[in-house]
Design a protein around this ligand. Structure first.
Ligand SMILES: [Mg+2]
Length: 319
């Protein structure tokens, strides 16, 4: 199949038709309109074979994940998804692979009302770049820089599941299918992110682990935080792994959670909890913003954690 045939067959009609798309896939440019009173939120991510995913990974899952990571960034700003563009580099024009990739990308596009409006295919080592575009009312985007002293630090869902799946895959042990889904088919928290507009003071999505990603909020906001490790939301599998080696690296510094981490003024915490309950997405308070710079992690015995395997740099050398 030629590039044009591939695009026409598998990429010309992904996601719902939208009134704000005057012209989508098929011309030199797409023609798009941003609604009045809104900012355009834009983010791009590349997933490269052998670095971000295994070369033999299921192409349908890769189609899902390559869009999910972008949707997670839109969620982290409180933006509503609108459009995507896709640059796909393929070693060969393998139609079965492309069909499966397109299926995964399409299903998630439909679920979030996002329309693919353009793209490019090239021959080369397998790599996928997806740019996402979303809308957020002017002044309503939730930035990393808004955390204030006394705000509660919250996370959605559970932490470390994808990291445990990856660890099991690298060790060659049996991979728990539920954990594997968390690694390969993350569900971006778009509705939660949107719902937190006007409630959260700061937000980020968890792509690199809680310690590092929360660290971005702390630096941008000029504050510190103390986490209570006993309050981290963990599935039994991750809790067992943490207990076995007394190693907190899975929930603190393994990547690919694609949950949201956000700060909430104390008086709004019930609003955030109610939102989570309504969406079937647990919201957990895991710590508090302090004026002492850096991140401190309090253990069950009251001592501070000094380091975790493979992820010490993110920790401030808190006194
Ligand atoms: Mg992000």
């Amino acid at each position: 199949m030629s590039e044009f045939d591939l695009i026409r067959t598998y990429f010309a009609d992904i996601g719902p038709a939208r009134a704000d798309v005057a012209l989508g896939v098929g011309d030199d440019c797409a023609l798009l309109s941003v609604p009045a009173g809104h900012a355009l939120a834009v983010s791009i991510d590349t997933l490269a074979s052998g670095i971000h995913f295994f070369p033999d990974c299921d192409p349908e899952h890769l189609g899902h994940k390559s869009l999910a990571v972008g949707l997670s960034d839109l969620a982290a700003m409180g933006a509503d998804p609108a459009w995507s563009t896709l640059a796909l580099t393929l070693p060969s024009a393998d139609e079965d692979w492309v069909r499966a990739f397109s299926r995964g990308f399409t299903r998630l596009s439909q679920a979030h009302g996002i329309r693919l409006v353009g793209g490019d295919t090239t021959r080369g080592p397998l790599s996928v770049s997806v740019q996402v575009h979303g809308f957020v009312p002017l002044g309503a985007a939730i930035r990393r820089s808004g955390a204030r002293l006394g705000d509660l630090v919250c996370v959605s869902g559970t932490l470390g599941d994808a990291g445990l799946a990856l660890r099991q895959m690298l060790e060659g042990t049996d991979v728990d299918p539920a954990l594997r889904r968390r690694l390969e088919l993350p569900e971006p928290r778009v509705a939660l992110g949107r719902g937190l507009r006007g409630i959260a003071s700061a937000m980020i999505d968890l792509s690199d682990g809680l310690a590092g990603d929360l660290g971005h909020i702390l630096r941008a906001s000029g504050v510190g935080a103390e986490l209570d490790l006993m309050r981290l939301p963990l599935t039994p599998a991750v809790a067992n792994a943490v207990r076995k080696d007394a190693d907190w690296s899975l929930p603190l510094s393994s990547g690919d959670d694609y949950e949201l981490c956000f700060c909430i003024p104390r008086e709004r915490i019930e609003d955030a909890r109610r939102l989570g309950v309504g969406l079937g997405c647990p919201v957990s308070v895991v710590g508090v913003i302090s004026d002492q710079p850096g991140l401190r992690c309090r253990q069950a015995n009251g001592d501070l954690l000094n380091a975790v395997r493979g992820g010490f740099d993110h920790f401030a050398t808190g006194a």
